[in-house]
Design a protein. Structure first.
Length: 357
């Protein structure tokens, strides 16, 4: 989606349902809540907070991510709609102003009476989400102002998905000895590396924070690779675990892996990328299927399921979905993203007419 100078034109060009916009004058921050599709239920999705070149860039990010959530909820079989919020900063905020902003954001959520529910995303860890939860009931899975950390659940689902993909594509019966490159060692990348190490994978790790990369590499006995060398590094599975867009015109031709499977949202910079990768014979597991574990788990928590073992077992079901999608894609000779999309489109068409647009 091209970034337009004006917010109005950006919204007019979107196929989602609506956008709530608030300008927080005290901090100069734009709050955007993008609701893409509520066919399956009330909209839910994480809140991303970061510095954007213009408010319109933040809005476009919210829209793209909200659409991803529509597919994520449908793909994982949850009766929720697709939405996402962005707090678009023009510069970093100090703690006092951040607190003001998060309080205001909580009140904005409260004013929406549950038509949008939220959780953590980039720039909004569980601690900051807990600050928001002091002002609203609509932080998913929060109890008494304490917000859950979905990272380990997302990581667990990704592990299950990588295992399934290694089975279907590489014929591997376990991850023992499978070479996996994890790019990004944050809230999801770090627990993912731990799970993969425990499963016997041969790990390569990269992060723009060199100290963090060294620490994690030492902890699990992984090889470190410079962030600039990620795309030329030979491996079985490349796991994008940082920001989206890493599969683009520059990188797709360079990749030396058999499988792409990782937690980052919106991994393809353009829709054509999925076909380009498919043409190269590389199997990409759709991001919104493999990374749904955290969203799934916190929603189950909000439904009263609090037992960690039960949640982990349910999230492990993502492996089965990945195997089904990859098998269907291979049978039909289409990119897995297309096979996943068809399943979602079928579900939405069965369940919703008309969409509330
Ligand atoms: C995502 O998976 O991208 C999310 O936004 C996660 C999420 C969704 C809903 C509530 C909390 C977290």
């Amino acid at each position: 989606m091209p970034v337009d100078e004006t917010l109005a034109a950006t919204i007019a060009g979107w196929d989602g349902e609506y956008v709530v916009s608030r300008y927080h004058a005290d901090t100069g921050v734009w709050i955007f809540v993008a609701v893409h599709d509520t066919t399956l239920g009330p909209a839910a999705g994480g809140t991303r907070m970061k510095v954007y070149p213009t408010p319109a860039d933040g809005l476009v990010d919210a829209m793209r991510l909200a659409e991803g959530m529509t597919y994520k909820w449908a793909g994982v079989g949850m009766d929720m709609g697709g939405g996402k919020a962005v707090l678009a900063l023009s510069e970093p905020l100090d703690d006092a102003r951040l607190e003001q902003l998060l309080a205001r954001y909580g009140r904005v959520l409260e004013s929406l009476y549950g038509s949008f529910r939220t959780g953590p995303d980039v720039g909004m860890g569980p601690d900051r989400m807990a600050q928001v939860a002091r002002h609203t009931r609509w932080v998913v899975g929060a109890v008494d102002g304490d917000a859950p950390d979905p990272g380990m659940f997302t990581a667990h689902g990704v592990r299950a998905g990588i295992e399934a993909a290694a089975g279907v594509v590489l014929g591997a019966s376990s991850l023992a000895g499978v070479r996996i490159l994890v790019q990004g060692l944050g809230d999801v990348g770090a627990p993912l590396v731990d799970e993969l190490a425990a499963a016997g994978a041969e790990l390569i790790v990269a992060d723009i924070d060199a100290d963090l990369a060294r620490k994690v590499a030492e902890r699990v006995g992984a090889t470190e690779v410079d962030p600039t060398a990620v795309y030329q590094t030979t491996c079985d599975v490349y796991a994008p675990s940082a920001l989206g867009g890493s599969l683009n015109d520059d990188t797709i031709g360079q990749l030396r892996c058999r499988v792409v499977a990782g937690p980052a949202n919106n991994q393809f910079a353009t829709t054509g990328g999925a076909f380009a990768l498919h043409t190269r014979g590389i199997v990409a597991v759709p991001d919104y299927i493999i990374n749904a574990g955290g969203a799934y788990a916190v929603t189950r928590m909000s439904q009263g399921v609090r037992d960690g073992d039960v949640l982990m077992r349910e999230v492990g079901g993502i492996g089965l979905r990945v195997a089904e999608i990859l098998t269907e894609a291979a049978t039909d000779g289409v990119p897995p993203l297309q096979a996943a999309q068809r399943r979602v489109d079928r579900l939405l068409a069965d369940r919703g007419s008309p969409r509330y647009r």
